[in-house]
Ligand binder design. Structure first.
Ligand SMILES: Cc1cc2nc3c(=O)[nH]c(=O)nc-3n(C[C@H](O)[C@H](O)[C@H](O)COP(=O)(O)OP(=O)(O)OC[C@H]3O[C@@H](n4cnc5c(N)ncnc54)[C@H](O)[C@@H]3O)c2cc1C
Length: 379
């Protein structure tokens, strides 16, 4: 009879993996969480988290690792016009991912998960009724595997679940003087022919700024970033050695999120928002789903993993599709959209609520279509 090291092995201790491990361990299921790096580890990320993220993590209180609460949102159009709205309290916060992710991993340990760090998963395969996971140190067996190992997921790769589409984002951590010259808001700039946007977010003692794009390659991205920062006189705070980029995988309608006794969550599943690149809340959301369906599977529901794929399609990809259309329109016609829609106070307020996760893309589309229909009927 096969001996298992844990009921569930979770690969990757980012928001998706740590959340899945915390919930499973809290339900009394034995969990082994495997992380290739030593914690805390730096992760290139804007670290903007939304009210929705905070609600998804409750009752875990993340206030000890919040860098700052954001009080204003500024959107800038290609021609340079910008528009600012005040944000409701506690809608958007920023975190540094080294502290935030370690906090989530610690919470998983407190719940009863066993964490192994500096151990990289190299391979995984189905064996009999479970999974075999080969790391740089050891071979483990578990009844179920959750791949939450991020954008370059080995688990997704090995199981043929790798998302086909991708966006790209890069971040520059700016020197502390930058913070003093900044008024503490989130700034988004939608240039022409960039298929994305430039952003600047306040952190506790410094600023993070960067670019997000759907393009495979942005010619002259260094000049872009330099000019963007120069427009705020922040270019002298830029240290090119501290500029890091990464792909953000994006799933599509043909994606599957399970194979055999394994499922994928977070960036490994490609569930980041294709409009904003915001992936933390979706990583946590699918981490929670992965835990719930894993529990059902362990309790004997044989179709639970197929149901997981179905549920991710219904609950997450439907929203991603709506976000994708948003991105297509705004990134293709940024000047028109900013001038006629986005840079108007009621729209920008709704946009802020969307960024904060208070309304969904689908709700926003419905609202826009209803308004369009009313205008049409009144014309
Ligand atoms: C520049 C940039 C800016 C971004 N800004 C934002 C933002 O402001 N807000 C937002 O919500 N999202 C943002 N994102 C997206 C966000 O970072 C990701 O969507 C999110 O981190 C996904 O979480 P995850 O848990 O799925 O994966 P990750 O956070 O990537 O965690 C995966 C973990 O798995 C570990 N791992 C990887 N391979 C292995 C292996 N083989 N064996 C063991 N462990 C392994 C990694 O070390 C890592 O700790 C940004 C992304 C980029 C690139």
């Amino acid at each position: 009879m096969t001996r298992y090291d844990a009921d569930v092995v979770v690969v990757g201790s980012g928001p998706a993996g740590a959340t899945a491990a915390r919930l499973l361990a809290g339900w009394g299921i034995s969990v082994l969480l495997i992380e290739k790096l030593r914690l805390p580890r730096y992760k290139p990320c804007g670290g903007a988290i939304t009210k929705r993220t905070i609600q998804l993590l409750a009752p875990l209180d993340i206030s000890p690792v919040v860098e700052t609460w954001v009080h204003k949102l500024t959107v800038q159009s290609p021609d340079g016009d910008s528009f600012t709205v005040d944000l409701p309290d506690q809608l958007i916060a920023t975190v540094m991912r080294d502290k935030f992710d370690t906090y989530l991993a610690d919470a998983a340990i407190v719940a009863g998960a066993k964490l192994k760090t500096q151990e990289q998963v190299l391979r995984c395969e189905q064996i009999n009724e479970g999974m075999e996971i080969v790391t740089t140190k050891q071979t483990y067996r578990s009844l179920l595997l959750i791949g939450a190992d991020g954008a370059n997921s080995v688990v997704a790769q090995q199981l043929g679940l790798k998302p086909k589409r991708r966006a790209f984002s890069l971040v520059a951590e700016l020197a502390t003087e930058a913070k003093e010259r900044w008024d503490g808001n989130i700034h988004l700039y939608f240039p022409i022919a960039f298929n994305g946007y430039a952003w600047c977010f306040p952190k506790g003692k410094h600023l993070s700024a960067g670019l997000y794009t759907h393009l495979r390659f942005v010619p002259g991205w260094r000049d872009w970033l330099y000019r963007y920062l120069a427009s705020f006189e922040l270019h002298d705070c830029l240290d090119w050695r501290k500029v890091k980029g990464h792909i953000i995988p994006i799933a599509d309608k043909n994606s599957s999120f399970h194979r055999g006794n394994a499922i994928v969550a977070g960036d490994a599943a490609g569930v980041a928002d294709p409009f904003t690149g915001e992936g933390i809340s979706w990583a946590i959301y699918t981490g929670r789903m992965a835990a719930a369906f894993a529990r059902a599977f362990l309790e004997g529901e044989r179709d639970a993993l197929v149901d997981y794929t179905r549920a991710v399609h219904e609950e997450v990809l439907g929203e991603m599709k709506a976000a994708h259309w948003f991105a297509r329109i705004l990134f293709t016609f940024p000047q028109f959209c900013c001038q006629h829609f986005l840079c108007r106070e009621p729209v920008l307020r709704n946009f802020a609520r969307l960024l904060g996760g208070e309304v969904s893309y689908r709700q926003l589309w419905q609202k826009a279509l209803r308004k369009g229909l009313l205008l049409f009927m009144n014309s």
